[in-house]
Design a protein around this ligand. Structure first.
Ligand SMILES: *Cc1c(COP(=O)(O)O)cnc(C)c1O
Length: 226
């Protein structure tokens, strides 16, 4: 690992953490209540290792197979690493996902609740679960529709013994994200869920104002993806 890259990454991380702290303070919140998820998808290993060297321990990946290749060994040698799945999960990958990830943020349909519950049994390991909400009701986007979310959470709890910890959303491109963050916060509150994964490089400060407990930052932390 070149020291130049190590330094660049350490500076980028310090910059993002400072922005998180500033946004939290101006919202009257504690910076400790906002967790930075470093989104490492597609980034070269060298930059990921530099991020680890800089002290970052929470990472997000959006594909199971890519995450296995990158993280299986790294997690074995550092049990402080927390790995979060932030991309769509096919139900036939549930077992692999449950074995690897500490948190799965993208539960959005009943079939997946069933295969995850089975995988949790089989693996004897229970990652935390977030429900993904398609706040913009976009055709092509994963996530449960806002109006169906309350019933879905209830079904996941009672039908599958999964207690979701929070909600996650990806607002539509080109729309003010604040409305979507506010909607996600409202749905979480009325369902007694305390955690909110929302905000990316372009809008994490706004997400923090609306109550994000987890922000998912890739580009501003690592640089542009190839
Ligand atoms: C890639 C990705 C991010 C990070 O996006 P940036 O704009 O690079 O910060 C956040 N969330 C999800 C779900 C992603 O797929």
């Amino acid at each position: 690992m070149s020291s130049e890259i190590e330094q660049e990454i350490a500076e980028r991380r310090a910059g993002v953490l400072a922005r998180i702290a500033k946004a939290a303070k101006s919202a009257g919140r504690s910076p400790d209540d906002v967790t930075l998820i470093a989104v490492s998808k597609v980034q070269p290993d060298e930059r990921v290792d530099a991020m680890l060297a800089a002290g970052q321990r929470v990472f997000g990946e959006n594909r199971v197979q890519e995450a296995q290749q990158r993280w299986s060994e790294r997690k074995r040698s550092d049990d402080g690493i927390e790995l979060r799945l932030i991309g769509p999960l096919q139900s036939n990958k549930s077992r692999d996902a449950v074995a690897l990830f500490d948190m799965i943020e993208t539960l959005d349909r009943e079939k997946l609740a069933r295969t995850l519950a089975d995988a949790i049994q089989a693996e004897g390991r229970a990652p935390g679960i977030f429900v993904q909400v398609n706040t913009g009701e976009e055709e092509q986007k994963a996530g449960i529709a806002p109006l169906e979310t309350d019933a879905f959470i209830e079904k996941v709890r009672t039908g599958y013994g999964i207690e979701p910890e929070g909600l996650m959303c990806i607002p539509p491109v080109g729309e003010p994200a604040g409305l979507h963050f506010a909607l996600l916060a409202k749905i979480a509150a009325r369902n007694g869920l305390r955690k909110l994964s929302m905000g990316m490089s372009a809008d994490f400060e706004s997400a923090i104002r609306f109550g994000a407990t987890h922000v998912r930052v890739g580009t501003d932390l690592f640089g542009a993806r190839a």
